[in-house]
Design a protein around this ligand. Structure first.
Ligand code: UD1
Ligand code: CA
Length: 482
């Protein structure tokens, strides 16, 4: 058990988030591959709480479904009507069977930049100082909308939190704000919540009033000032959401760069929290890396790539490509303008060129599909070359079928491989072939109409045309001249 392990962390996520102006509940908006509430839960987990409760209310079916999928072990407490943050915490304590012994940490579901480290420091201060409540605060350049921390002029002790809407002119000048994150003594919290009133401008039960109530009852009230005010930014609208995304993205890229990744243009590079890199990976501008994407040592990605859940092998090069659930082998070359769909697996030094789409296909070592092709539901061996403009015809209108091409094959341009079909090792196919039957190893398959030339057709059918004149001039040219 880690030190300062709280009895519970309560995440407030019942509010509607009207200022988002969205059909999606606020806490489900996304940044860097996780929902707002998902980020908060990740930070909360760093405390290893005995109980983790999310208070849901507005659009609770949607929020609960999201939690069940993304973090199935969290408990939820329902706040049917959003009567304020104090009321929300009351609902959480009820879910936990009333008052709870030990520390209860409360965080808002809309502060995605909050780190586990900051929460740990808050819990440690709270326990170390023996406080009844410890509030995480910060000095911010613009305190508009936040609750203000009111301190005693003489002692500097925190006396109360006043909501922006309820604050006087002089209180509004205070730049130290309530982050919405608290550590409480569980029993004292339960008692104080019973005394919170609703005679404020919003007619709500404010959690922030607990602080004044506990202080007046003679309990120790403390504050922990956050070093980085950006970390506690609450997201209320989409401007703040974009700013938080930018901040988190910068943080992730900074970490990657310090670990030896070259990011040419951090401003146009976007990564999810779940993306991983090895040393000397290079990311070019205009690139989005999502989900479980991993760039191995020396892999070079971009410009203009969107890779999701894709592993790029050591020294591979991926340019102007969209990839989803694909595996790019070491030193493989992909793009520009390639589309790797789920189940694509490229071997060592394989090449996928321009305007090539692949799906559910294993492509062997050194095999090349350089131009204008679709390869779906296929297995291709090593060191084969698939001619330009080929299609692996995998769909008969009802079912998908598999194509196998062996190693060291040379298939001609403009081939259709009508699955199910197999081309044996070392086989060739002629340009323009429609391959419907298996090709034995080492054979040449020719599957196209025979060419027939009808001499003099243009002179007879298109007399006097530019084509006819050009043909006539050509027939007059003496032998040997070009
Ligand atoms: C709150 C704080 C304010 C603080 C700010 C920090 C109160 C009264 N005010 O203000 O001091 O500076 O956060 O970001 O606590 N929620 C519920 N049920 C409710 C109301 C809210 O679960 O009945 C949840 C919301 O979903 C949200 C969080 O509590 O995640 C905060 O609510 P919000 O309305 O954003 O509070 P602020 O006005 O930002
Ligand atoms: Ca807020």
């Amino acid at each position: 058990m880690s030190a300062n392990r709280p009895a519970a962390v309560v995440v407030l996520a019942a509010g509607e988030g009207t200022r988002m102006k969205s059909a999606t509940p606020k806490v489900l908006h996304e940044l860097c591959g996780r929902s707002l509430v998902g980020h908060v839960l990740a930070a909360a987990r760093a405390l290893e709480p005995e109980n983790l409760v999310v208070v849901v209310g507005h659009a609770r079916e949607q929020v609960t479904a999201h939690l069940a999928e993304s973090d199935p072990t969290v408990r939820t407490a329902v706040q049917a009507e959003q009567n304020g943050t104090g009321h929300a915490v009351r609902m959480a304590l009820e879910e936990l069977g009333g008052g709870i012994d030990g520390t209860v940490v409360v965080v808002c579901g809309d502060t995605p930049l909050l780190s586990g480290e900051t929460l740990r420091r808050l819990a440690a201060t709270h326990d170390g100082d023996g406080n009844a409540v410890t509030v995480l605060t910060a000095e911010v350049p613009d305190a508009t909308g936040y609750g203000r921390i009111v301190r005693d002029g003489a002692s500097g002790a925190v006396t109360a939190i006043v909501e922006h809407k309820d604050a006087t002119e002089s209180q509004r000048a205070i730049r130290e704000i309530n982050s919405g994150v608290f550590a409480f003594d569980g029993q004292l919290l339960a008692d104080a919540l019973g005394k919170v009133r609703t005679d404020n401008s919003q007619g709500e039960e404010y959690l922030t009033d607990v602080l004044g109530i506990l202080r007046e009852a003679g309990h120790r009230v403390g504050a922990s000032v956050s070093a980085d005010h950006r970390e506690i930014a609450g997201i209320n609208n989409r401007v703040q959401l974009a700013a938080a995304r930018r901040t988190l993205n910068d943080r992730l890229l900074e970490r990657a760069m310090l670990a030896g990744v070259t990011v040419i243009d951090p401003a146009s590079t976007w990564v999810d929290v779940t993306v991983t890199f090895e040393q000397d990976a290079i990311v070019h501008p205009g690139t989005q890396l999502q989900g479980a994407t991993h760039l191995a040592e020396g892999a070079e990605v971009g410009p203009n790539c969107r890779l999701k859940d894709t592993r790029v092998g050591a020294g591979a090069r991926v340019d102007t490509t969209v990839a989803n659930s694909a595996e790019v082998g070491p030193e493989a070359v992909v793009g520009p303008f390639a589309y790797l769909r789920p189940g694509t697996r490229l071997g060592l030094k394989a090449k996928i060129g321009t305007y090539v789409e692949t799906k559910n296909s294993t492509i062997g070592e050194g095999t090349k599909i350089p131009h204008l092709s679709y390869v779906g539901d296929a297995t291709i061996g090593d060191h084969s070359n698939i001619g330009a403009a080929s299609v692996f015809v995998n769909y008969d209108g009802q079912e998908k079928h598999h194509t196998t091409v062996g190693s060291h094959c040379r298939t001609g341009s403009d081939n259709m491989f009508v699955a199910p079909v197999t081309v044996g090792d070392g086989a060739y196919t002629a340009a323009g072939s429609v391959i419907t039957k298996d090709v034995p190893p080492g054979s040449l398959a020719v599957a196209r109409g025979q060419q027939r030339n009808i001499e003099g057709w243009v002179a007879r059918k298109r007399p006097g045309s530019a084509a006819a004149k050009a043909a006539e001039a050509a027939s007059r040219e003496p032998e040997g001249e070009a």
